[in-house]
Design a protein around this ligand. Structure first.
Ligand code: GTP
Ligand code: MG
Length: 215
């Protein structure tokens, strides 16, 4: 994907603030601190378009990034962060749920999980939900630089099994730090942009990127 332009259009909390132009949207969801905002920056080759933080809970709104004036990447607040107050957590949960359930132009919901850890109960719930609505063809495993190459396959297997991913669902390992795996994400999003959304159907036969094969 050639990035000609990338700009933030709005940080929204309610549906009336969402962009009105009906362009396709790709949303990134996952636990707080998993690396959603970092992934957006790395995909776009921008240092700090999306705000990143050492401490979880950085993204608190739904941020719409318009790419090439053609489609949106959507950065959502993370879930599962214990230090956020109960009220705040409920409010963010509502913001995320409202967006995910009320957006006709939402083309794909991409789940991000940390490659180091077994997906949590929240991740499993989220992925089940994503599948239920006919999304979920792409899962990203973040922070690949944090594990040894010899551990890759074991961790990919752990994630696939815990999330009960179908063989045709794509697990794309990446490192935002090392800028690895971005092309595979763009390729997959390109595929999805061309396809109709049909539960369980995935025309792509692309393997889990070259990283997988230790190249
Ligand atoms: P919330 O906004 O709280 O939901 O978090 P987020 O999912 O947007 O995570 P964010 O991108 O803010 O990253 C959280 C932390 O992980 C930051 O300290 C990042 O620098 C770090 N991080 C993100 N991606 C990578 C990666 O590929 N490798 C390493 N080593 N660290 C990463
Ligand atoms: Mg964030």
């Amino acid at each position: 994907m050639k990035i000609k332009s990338a700009e933030i259009i709005i940080s929204a909390v309610s549906p009336k603030q969402y962009p009105q132009d009906n362009l396709q949207e790709f949303a990134l969801v996952g636990r707080s601190n998993v690396g959603k905002s970092s992934t957006i920056n790395t995909l776009l080759n921008r240092k700090s378009l999306a705000r990143v933080s050492q401490s979880p809970g950085k993204t608190r709104t739904i941020n719409f990034y318009l790419i090439n004036k053609e489609f949106y990447l959507v950065d959502l607040p993370g879930y599962g962060y214990a230090k956020v107050s109960k009220d705040d957590r409920a409010a963010w949960g509502k913001i995320i749920e409202t967006y995910l359930t009320s957006r006709p132009n939402l083309k794909e919901v991409i789940l991000l999980v940390d490659v180091r850890h077994e997906p949590t109960a929240d991740d499993v719930l989220m992925y089940d939900w994503i599948k239920h609505f006919g999304f979920g063809r792409i899962v990203i495993a973040t922070k690949l630089d944090k594990i040894n190459r010899s551990q890759y396959q074991k961790h990919f297997k752990m994630i696939r099994e815990k999330l009960k991913m179908a063989p045709e669902d794509q697990l794309l390992p990446i490192s935002s730090l090392k800028k690895l795996g971005m092309e595979a994400i763009w390729d997959k999003m390109d595929d999805v942009m061309q396809q109709e959304r049909v539960t369980g159907v995935n025309a792509s036969t692309k393997e889990e990127s070259t990283i997988n094969e230790g190249k």
